[in-house]
Design a protein around this ligand. Structure first.
Ligand SMILES: *Cc1c(COP(=O)(O)O)cnc(C)c1O
Length: 394
């Protein structure tokens, strides 16, 4: 019986999914750094453009290396279609804009990655799309906000920076009751620990810049959905607006996928251990990690995720303490990225969440003493020592 890649375990999908070897039968995925493609004959070009014959026509539409990345990620996610994009933000932008027109309504959790918040708060309203923000942990607020002309809801869970948890299945049920599509930004959970499509989401978006590369090299993004939704809402939009992923970046990302499972499981284990060490330290007012019992979203996190993830949030009480902590770290870098092999810590109010007006910050959990720690692949013992020493000095 022939193997069906859909039946493979995650580890096998990540190594073997989507491979399309050239006539040279290379072992590693080939990098097709080309803008375009040629045809045997004018009739051949005619057939290719008509879609009567499979093949590529232009790298803004698709490219063999990009397709290997798309097919591998789609297999992992259990999605019919993956559309690779130049960045995570290109993905969030297309995923939302593709679903709406003037007069429609969008609901989103208020604690979002800064640029996602800008799209919902500033960009969509310019084109006549009404938007409502809710406390994404409160199902009654979702219920009250979703209305007959709601066409899309955007969920980020766990959210940035304080790892709020939203019940994806419950919100999907409310959204589907009015025919709205559910878009989940799954960056923090990664495809390894949360599968939103299985929980009722219609569209999943990634910044591949984060864990999928995981080694700080390239930007990338992806939209994953069904054939039907892609056909109706995204195919033409991304074809004609051009947020295409570079084949070079796709090649880096397809190789990144090979080690995704190994990397994020190790990062997850280290993060869980570090969260406990941080939680016990007397300088720490609060530690937030989805798989700790004291996290407000613990029950839902346990229901919909298989790991707490690679990011920890903590509150050290004041900006002064947070800065002292960051400056005392010797191994962990001060950097605003996340999901990287290198551990990184940042102070959200002065970096990633700077553009959020000060009076709105408390409702997003963005406090002056807040620090977000993205846990990498260094030894857990070295990281514990570094973090405890820095906390002692905070
Ligand atoms: C980083 C990030 C994005 C944006 O991704 P880019 O690749 O930087 O454009 C979107 N959503 C979340 C949750 C992110 O962490």
């Amino acid at each position: 019986m022939a193997e069906d890649p859909k039946d493979w375990d995650v580890a096998t999908k990540l190594i073997r999914g989507g491979i399309a070897r050239s006539q040279f039968m290379e072992t590693a995925e080939a990098l097709y750094l080309t803008q375009g493609f040629t045809y045997d004959s004018a009739e051949g070009a005619d057939r290719r453009f008509a879609g009567d014959e499979p093949g590529f026509v232009y790298s803004r539409f698709n490219n063999p290396t990009v397709k290997m990345f798309e097919d591998r990620l789609a297999l992992l996610e259990g999605a019919e279609v993956c559309r690779a994009q130049a960045t995570g933000m290109a993905s969030v932008h297309a995923a939302l804009i593709g679903l709406v027109k003037a007069g429609d309504h969008v609901v989103a959790g208020r604690a979002l990655f800064g640029s996602c918040r800008w799209i919902v708060a500033e960009l969509l309203p310019r084109f006549g799309v009404e938007t409502t923000f809710v406390d994404a942990t409160n199902l009654a607020e979702w219920e009250a906000a979703i209305r007959p002309n709601t066409k899309a809801v955007l969920i980020e869970t766990p959210s940035n920076p304080v790892l709020e948890i939203t019940d994806i299945a419950a919100v999907a049920e409310m959204a589907h009751a009015v025919g709205a599509k559910v878009v989940v930004d799954n960056v923090f959970a990664t495809p390894i620990f949360q599968q939103p499509l299985k929980l009722g989401a219609d569209v999943v978006v990634y910044s591949a810049t984060k864990h999928i590369d995981g080694q700080g090299r390239v930007l990338g993004g992806a939209i994953l959905t069904s054939e039907a939704i892609n056909e109706e809402f995204y195919r033409d939009y991304v074809r004609h607006t051009g947020p295409a992923l570079s084949p070079f970046n796709a090649w880096v990302l397809v190789k990144g996928l090979e080690t995704l499972d190994l990397r994020v499981r190790r990062q997850n284990d280290t993060a869980a251990a570090l969260a406990d060490v941080i939680g016990e330290h007397k300088k720490v007012r609060e530690v937030l990690y989805p798989f700790r019992k004291d996290h407000p979203g613990y029950e839902i996190a346990k229901k919909q995720m298989t790991g707490g993830g690679t990011v920890i949030a903590m509150d050290l009480g004041s900006r002064e303490a947070a800065f002292k902590f960051l400056n005392a770290l010797e191994i962990v870098d001060i950097s605003n990225n996340l999901g990287d092999a290198k551990s990184m810590a940042t102070h959200p109010p002065t970096t990633t969440h700077r553009s959020v007006p000060e009076e709105q910050r408390p409702s997003l959990g963005v406090t002056e003493g807040g620090v977000r720690l993205s846990v990498g692949l260094e030894s857990v013992e070295d990281l514990k020592r570094d973090v405890i020493r820095a906390l002692d000095q905070a």
